[in-house]
Design a protein around this ligand. Structure first.
Ligand SMILES: Cc1ncc(C[n+]2csc(CCOP(=O)(O)OP(=O)(O)O)c2C)c(N)n1
Ligand SMILES: [Mg+2]
Length: 560
């Protein structure tokens, strides 16, 4: 058996069922081995950047590492942005890449001036990056990669495999058991339980790692048991931890901008129970506003928080234990007034945003909020929406109604355009029975549209919604604020994306009015085929949330 076959055998034993990638000379032996396997599906991407996003989202939704397979040099570096994004998102991912030979000449095919260029490139954007130098290192490397990517703060790892190693024969018997998952349960002692129960105004605050450990159900149950509000961390793109918008304990998001309900709850809290927040970033920064409060942190490692105790463990397992302990005790007395106030503020915010959109509902080109309203009425309760980076992102954050846990996926802080199409592909592969919608600007689609054929080849009936404003609208808005009437590099040529999708063999529908848009969504829903709805939208409207949410100047720009 050659090392390509060994790698695929290891992946199979680890339970891997899907790989996203593109072949090339330097990874062909892995492809040869994949061609003999039916248990591992391969999704052929058309750009490694898209393959990387697919692997990232596959990892987020399954909890198993997403697998990304590239060839050496350009194949590998093409996915650098996606791997960096998965690092920012704390997504479990293993990037396997072909590489130049161990004894490469100075400028080998796909190489640069030194052999370790590829692995060095990925070091800063992964939890671990390594180049396999000996055949005997393959099994331990893959075991370590799996363990690192799925434990603690999850994230990507990179493995470079020189082509000569890949072609070598593997001697001896293959011992590669599936590594044990990291299930350390944090110490929930009496003191902690007592402190939680005795808090007057307890707030539960979930960071993005809570979503990577798929804790949404436990968080909602915890809030129910404790009768405490839940606030979640949000980047500009939207909630990192997606829970139903109308859940009685959900109080909104905090971040560079904070929802007034969440801010109110945070302001009054005498104890904050955090789950999966990163101490170095905005997630923790929010807690200092407007004052420091005692916290109990449930975290994947001891970050040295100085404002309270930290319980280290697998977030889901630790929450389960905490729930078990709390369920056995008398219920905590709820602050009903606070809970009422939260619901009241949430209602007022929704109404304000609705009013803002209603005023422009029949305008042409369409108001982006009008499109979001149609999404709200078209999507089913368990539908998944993937979101790109651009103006549509803000409209979705403000006006879209999430109905189910993990119902929205966004790029998670790294904010790379071109996320939503490949993210939707992965979501549909993980959940073939659920409807999946992808929202993107025209600019975002131009960055990722090489994978439109992937929808058709794999018969993935995703509805792709294009907010087509012939602009880098979000950048235009920034320039409007800051350039005193001058604009540069924001115009995009008017493009008929429906025609492009039709040319690829999909169903493209172009719409300009509200009625046409409603009809197109209804049609897309009934067709059960890949559909692209190209909607002419207007980039000039101010996003209402910016005047409603509370700005955190310290974290908004640059660090927000
Ligand atoms: C990969 C990448 N390049 C550049 C940017 C900067 N950027 C943020 S939003 C944006 C414009 C987005 O345009 P579009 O997708 O058409 O959405 P719109 O704002 O027009 O709705 C740009 C260029 C980015 N976030 N990611
Ligand atoms: Mg645009």
């Amino acid at each position: 058996m050659n090392c390509g076959e060994v790698i695929v055998e290891i992946l199979s034993r680890f339970g891997c069922r899907c790989v996203f990638g593109i072949p090339g000379v330097h990874n062909l032996e892995i492809y040869r081995a994949l061609s003999n396997r039916s248990e591992i599906r391969h999704i052929l991407a058309k750009h490694e950047g898209n393959a990387g996003v697919m692997a990232d989202v596959y990892g987020r939704l399954t909890g198993e590492p997403g697998l990304l397979l590239t060839t050496a040099g350009p194949g590998a570096t093409n996915c650098l942005t996606a791997v960096a994004q998965s690092y920012a998102a704390a997504s479990p991912l293993i990037h396997i890449s072909g590489d130049v030979p161990t004894q490469a000449c100075r400028w080998p095919l796909h190489g640069l001036s030194y052999e370790d260029f590829q692995v060095d490139t990925f070091k800063p954007v992964t939890k671990w990056a390594t180049r396999i130098k000996n055949v005997a290192d393959i099994v331990p490397t893959f075991i370590k990669a799996y363990e690192i990517s799925t434990s603690g703060r999850m994230g990507p790892v990179h493995i470079s495999i020189p082509i000569d190693i890949l072609h070598s024969e593997y001697e001896g018997e293959l011992q590669a058991p599936k590594p044990e998952r990291w299930r350390v349960v944090g110490m929930v002692d009496d003191e902690i339980v007592h402190r939680i129960l005795s808090a007057k105004r307890l707030v539960v605050y979930a960071g993005k790692e809570a979503s990577r450990y798929q804790c949404e159900e436990e968080l909602l149950e915890l809030c129910d048991v404790l009768r405490a509000p839940l606030i979640v961390f949000a980047r500009r793109e939207g909630d990192e931890v997606a829970v139903p918008h109308d859940h009685p304990f959900y109080a909104g998001f905090v971040g560079g901008y904070s929802h007034p309900a969440a801010y109110h709850a945070l302001n009054l809290a005498d104890l904050i129970l955090t789950v999966g927040i990163n101490p170095k970033g905005v997630e923790a920064e929010c807690l200092r506003l407007p004052h420091r409060v005692e916290c109990i942190h449930i975290a994947t490692e001891d970050h040295g928080f100085s404002n309270g105790k930290t319980i280290v463990g697998n977030l889901k397992e630790t929450l389960k234990l905490l729930l078990e302990r709390l369920r056995a005790l008398p219920r905590r007395e709820a602050d009903n007034l606070l809970l009422k106030q939260i619901q009241q503020i949430k209602r007022e915010v929704y109404e304000k945003i609705e009013r803002d959109i209603e005023m422009h509902l029949n305008n042409k080109p369409l108001h982006p909020g009008a499109v979001v309203k149609i999404l709200n009425s078209t999507m089913e309760k368990d539908s998944i929406l993937t979101v790109d980076t651009g103006l549509s992102t803000f409209w979705i954050r403000d006006a879209y109604k999430i109905w189910c846990v993990r119902g929205v996926l966004c790029s998670s802080g790294y904010a790379a355009m071109g996320f939503s199409l490949p993210a939707a592909i992965a979501a549909k592969i993980v959940y073939p029975e659920r409807s999946v919608f992808a929202a993107t600007g025209d600019g975002g689609l131009l960055m990722s549209y090489s994978d439109l054929p992937t929808l058709i080849e794999n018969n993935l009936n995703i509805v792709l919604v294009v907010f087509n404003d012939s602009k880098y609208g979000q950048v235009w808005q920034h320039q409007k604020e800051r350039f005193g009437g001058k604009f540069i590099a924001t115009d995009l040529q008017p493009t008929d994306f429906a025609a492009i999708f039709n040319a690829f063999g999909g169903i493209g529908i172009r719409v300009e009015t509200l009625e046409e848009a409603k009809k197109a969504f209804a049609e897309a829903n009934s067709l059960k085929k890949p559909v692209l709805i190209d909607i002419k939208t207007d980039f000039r409207y101010n996003v209402p949330g910016l005047n409603i949410y509370i700005r955190n100047p310290k974290v908004e720009l640059g660090r927000g």
